[in-house]
Design a protein around this ligand. Structure first.
Ligand code: C5P
Length: 303
């Protein structure tokens, strides 16, 4: 049976604020997501029965614990049949780096099977399945710039044009999300602070789009406090950002990836060269609009 291949894009958090605590001890977030051109490739081949996961990467579990496997089970439930699928995952997005790779892969399986099995439920019909798989999964049903509330799973698409060049510094895990949130709680007294995201969105509504450099990741200081290697990397990145006029140097999610944004390609290129000389690997990429998130979803023969 014919296989089809789909792009599973990465995300960054342009800004992330912790706004409170939720029942169960989770932290309530307010975040602005953006999609990056960096993507994994997910190939789906129909089978008469059974869900099979394949991946050439050692860090990807090929059993029922894989989020893609769980996503396919959810789709069987929504479809009301037990048709099978073989899912091959080719990774380019750093695993456990705050770039949403696993969540994106799961959302890709939901969206792809929605089409391949002719269910046509769309984002509204897939949202509950996405939420049940993880807090970052719902974002990857829509992509592009979006506001995330609650656990980051209450998604509101934003009309925001992002033209900056992105220099991504992929982190390969190393910091525990739970430890970062614990440290955040220890460092902060819980008092409400002025939300930079609220001011940013108010100005966007007035048509007076502010620079993304006004945004911050509240978890940055906590991640740096729990990881000395991360703190050292952050210092080098901030210096490179200042030298080459980055509009924003920030961490994504709870780490350990960072990104720098530039208005011009030359600054981005020079910062990449400087960082390479310091032993830091970077990846140049661009933002993906919500429209391109959909139109570039499937890899066609001519691509
Ligand atoms: O989402 P994930 O399972 O990776 O989160 C790991 C831990 O990080 C949670 O068990 C919780 O302690 C903390 N966390 C949180 N608030 C969030 C997300 C994670 O407190 N919004």
């Amino acid at each position: 049976m014919k296989s089809r291949t789909f792009r599973s894009f990465a995300k960054i958090n342009l800004g992330l604020e912790v706004t409170g605590t939720l029942p169960g001890g989770y932290h309530e977030l307010k975040t602005i997501f953006a999609t990056l051109s960096l993507h994994d490739l997910i190939t789906l081949r129909p089978r008469p029965a059974g869900i099979v996961i394949r991946s050439p990467h050692a860090g990807v579990p090929c059993d029922e614990t894989n989020l893609c496997h769980r996503a396919a089970v959810r789709m069987q439930g929504l479809a009301g049949h037990a048709r099978g699928v073989e899912i091959t995952i080719r990774k380019r997005i750093a695993i456990g780096g705050g770039l949403g790779g696993g969540s994106s892969n799961a959302a890709t399986v939901l969206r792809a099977l929605d089409t391949m099995w002719g269910l046509n439920l769309g984002p509204a019909g897939l949202i509950e399945a996405a939420k049940s798989l993880g807090a970052d999964v719902p974002y990857f049903l829509v992509g592009g710039p979006a506001l995330g509330l609650g656990r980051g799973d209450d998604i509101h698409p934003l009309e925001l044009r992002l033209d900056e060049k992105v220099l991504l510094v992929p982190g390969a895990g190393g910091v525990s999300t739970a430890a970062v949130f614990r440290e955040f709680a220890a460092m902060n007294d819980g008092r409400a602070r002025t939300s930079r995201i609220d001011s940013f969105l108010r100005r966007c509504e007035r048509g007076d789009v502010p620079p993304v450099g006004s945004l911050r990741n509240d978890l940055g200081p906590a991640a740096i406090a729990v990881s000395a290697p991360l703190a050292a990397t952050a210092r080098v990145l901030r210096a490179a950002g200042r030298k080459h006029c980055a509009t924003l140097t920030a961490m994504s999610g709870s780490g350990s990836s960072f990104f720098l944004l530039f208005t011009d390609a030359a600054g981005c290129q020079k910062a990449a060269s400087d960082l390479k000389a310091s032993g830091i690997t970077t990846h140049r990429c661009s933002f993906v609009s919500r429209q391109a998130f959909t139109s570039r979803f499937e890899v066609r023969e001519r691509d």
